[in-house]
Write a protein that binds this ligand. Sequence first.
Ligand SMILES: Nc1ncnc2c1ncn2[C@@H]1O[C@H](COP(=O)(O)OP(=O)(O)OP(=O)(O)O)[C@@H](O)[C@H]1O
Ligand SMILES: [Mg+2]
Length: 463
Amino acid sequence: MENQKKIKILILDDEKQFTEELCEFFQNSGFEAFEANTLREARELWAIHEIDLLILDVRLPGVNGLDILQDVKIQFPAMEVIVVSAHGDMDTVIKAMRLGAFDYLRKPFRHIDIQIAIERTKKYLQIQRRLKQMEEKNSLISKSLEEKIERQFIGVSPQILDVFEQAITAANYPDANVLITGESGTGKENIARIIHFTSIRNRHIFCPVNSSAITESLLESEFFGHKKGSFTGAIADKMGFFEVCNEGTLFLDEIADMPFNLQAKILRATEEKVITRVGDTTPIYTDFRIISATNHDIENNVEKKKFRLDLLHRLNTLHIHIPPLRERPMDIQPLLDFFVDDYKTRFNRPNIRIGKDVYKALLTYDFPGNVRELRNMTERAIILCKGDLLGVHDFPLKQPEKILHENKESLNLKRAEMAMVRKALQNCQCNQQATAEVLGITRDALIRKMKKYSIVINKVERE
Ligand SMILES: Nc1ncnc2c1ncn2[C@@H]1O[C@H](COP(=O)(O)OP(=O)(O)OP(=O)(O)O)[C@@H](O)[C@H]1O
Ligand SMILES: [Mg+2]
């Protein structure tokens, strides 16, 4: 790990005895130390080694130490500098601090003085390294965007890079509605936030609404607002989501659950960008973009007449599909690294490491709960892990197939499983996606089980 690497210190002073002594002292104290007696030697050293800390005597013969400091801070902004000055030269010290020196020492100094200064710098350097690592951890978004979306977006696979690129395209078309599909926990809301916060709508509201979480009777007034007295409980005029989102983004989560009755009204509002509050007649113009998301097979809802085709067409001007985690195994390692780093900081367990076999084991798992499941299992593993090394046993990887061995007891289990699959298929009118969700497994896993138990859909339907 980067933060376990030794801190590199370079001492630049024209007194050979001084640099030698200090260099030895630092090496004995666990640092990697280099010495230079001229600016030229120093330049050669910092060109090859990534120096973390420069101890710079500002009274070098023939050169102005403050100029060196200024150049170093421009060329290597991450290099910290402690300046060494003569006793009584407070003026130079003040100038050096203004130019970005981290600390100063006055000659002659005791080893204890430099030790204290270094300890202070070391703590600072370690924090800086951690921040840098977080930034470099395969994150696809900038630090400032991360702050706005309040989440990270990690990934290296071609599939996720493609999703990310589509999100940026969607951000550039701020009036086009976007439909995001993908299994639960794949990061649909992350992508919706990235689209909003990288678009020109980003100074206005991003309003997430889960219509399945609002009672049907209240939905209309939640979306359109109402006039005081228009129904019992309407004690004051109220703005609805469409109005609140003027110039911003309305994020409709779980769109497939939108009650059929409301769909026609949502369609009209989306097409005309004009709404009227419940109990009122005044038209109100509002300019919003809709990003919607679903983990259901929405086309199937259309076929079953549960979702309006015209609304679907209106919502999916751009369609972004996020593939499940098992289809992009390349992302597992960077995501795991990221979550481990995140939780070990949160739980103050800085020495936690990941055992090599963990990555391999995770690759064999099919993550029905996708990235959310990986995040939750990492959190749990770090909480429960006794030592500092995370092992495979810390990760609960359910493998249903392994439970079924050919003995008497498991034969019953097997029968029970087969019966459950058939029952679930019947209850869900043979819709595989819905059945998989009812059973808490992936669609692929369901298909594997159907094959294993020779379950043919037509036959189930007739039963
Ligand atoms: N690429 C990623 N990088 C980092 N974190 C991610 C990524 N994808 C998902 N997550 C995290 O996984 C969790 C689930 O993501 P999110 O809520 O966006 O999923 P979702 O697709 O909306 O799921 P659902 O359908 O259940 O609502 C969140 O904590 C999110 O931050
Ligand atoms: Mg979601």
